[in-house]
Write a protein that binds this ligand. Sequence first.
Ligand SMILES: *[C@@H]1O[C@H](CO)[C@@H](O)[C@H](O)[C@H]1NC(C)=O
Length: 601
Amino acid sequence: MKGGTIYTYNNTTTTMPPGKKRWSWLVIAVLGLVLLSMLVPLAFLLGLHNGFHSGYATERRSSASSRNDATLDDSPSVKGGLSSRVDGLLKNLGPTLPKGFVRDSVKEAENKTTGFVVPKPVIKPPPSSPPEDFKALQVIVESDKMCELKFGSYCLWRRQHREKMKDYLVRKMKDQLYVARAYYPSIAKVPHLDQFTQEMKQNIQEFERILSESSSDPDLPPQVEKKLQKMEATIAKAKLAIVECNNVDKKLRQLVDLTEDEANFHMKQSAFLYQLAVQTTPKSLHCLSMRLTVEYFKATPIDADQSESFLNPNLHHYVMFSSNVLASSVVINSTVMNARASRKQVFHVLTDKQSFFSMKMWFYTNSYKDATVQVLNIEDLNIEGHLFSHLSMPQELRVSFLSASESRTEYISVFSHWHYALPMIFPTLKKIVVLDDDIVVQRDLSELWSLDMNGKVIGALQLCTVRLGALKGYMGKENYDANSCTWMSGLNIIDLVRWKDRDVTRKYQSLVQQKPSEATTIRAAMLTFQGLLVALDNTWVLSGLGHNYGISKEAINKAAVLHFNGNMKPWLELGISPYKVHWRKYLNLDNHFLTDCNVNP
Ligand SMILES: *[C@@H]1O[C@H](CO)[C@@H](O)[C@H](O)[C@H]1NC(C)=O
């Protein structure tokens, strides 16, 4: 409003005769000042100053107060554009952001603006200077918390590998060059900054030269870190030196658009590729499965009749659901290699149609001390009731916790639909140990068979860092104790006799009326065994090796069983290398099927 007035006077002066011009200028200036000095207190009286105090923050909270901002802004289109854009972005992100985030950035903006109580119509620093917006954006995009929420363990993986990125420094240099270029023209305009302008120019030119010669970090000249630091300092100085923000503002706005979209795009793209790597079978494992299947039909191995031991309830029966030959082999081999006696051990691998022949071939050509291995195709089992026609391998549920004090992600592995058919699959057996295929056994497990189960049906590792109450969204309207711990599959001992007594399968069926989904699977797993579960001592299983980078060597060496729950399975390239060795050592990498298919996890 005030700025507008002055411009109007300016326009009218052009029509006046030149002699009067100087005079009228003075008069106008004085008039303007008088008007201004009257308007300022008036503005305060009317309470408009609230808008100055925290212009950016209030504007963000309500669109009504943004009017104040616009009246004072000498270039409303530019700044209003930027802040409203950031606004929109924040509003979009709002509901999904952890509360602390938005509040912090608002506070930051408030601190920035409290200095400008007296409104000057012409030079008004923007409510929050663009670099801060830029940073805020970066914080949001880069925030590891957000990342984890959106993309899960990909973010942990990324954090670990960021240092290893081949062009990390190059990218950083490019970013800095962008910012420096944006500031440069405005700095060059300020007369008393000649020397600094020169310094900045040199920095920019040097960066341009280096970047024209290097596309990855190893190409960079030595001491580039120092140059980065120097540039950083120059940019910081430039930010302080600039009073007139229009140009930088505009430039940075383009820049924000650019880098934000790019960052988002890259993030999505790599998260997608990561997911792909997690979900798809590596080519070598696919090859292995094909080779084995072909060999099976060439050789048609004849099963030695071991049905007696398969059915004998006095032996130690281990059951596993898997479609992964390598993983199954490691579970069985590690169990056998660490057992005091393997003669009593019987393994039952339950698999699907696609993996059945390759599994058969593998376990036909490999032996595990004195243990026996049975491979079963679950699709052939003819379990009564079509409820079990739906095939699904064991699942993991990703649960992320976000609060001001912590952010963590847990991977809870749960029984698949098929686990609830176990008493029907093994009608003659009394007790079984159920293993997930992403574990490695490091101790003798025979103690499990004499464990006092206290009259319960299942022994499992409890996860008391996740209470049932935290899974509200999955639990439906069922009655449950929100305070009780969740439990994990991985290593479970099951008393099949009591299972049948308690009619656990029917209880499960009543909980899962429809086709199993992630929600019903987890709900059923948690509710079916309410009051029927005995907690296994924590020393039995160490979990988290598929997502937690921070597990100590001692903990790993001490654990009886390692559980690679999480996305980074040891047979994938993504697997966490220091943990992989504990898995790989139970593979015979000289096996000709493995060498033929280049399997080298
Ligand atoms: C089992 O593991 C041992 C090492 O502990 C290894 O020498 C052997 O080849 C493995 N057996 C199979 C069948 O993979």
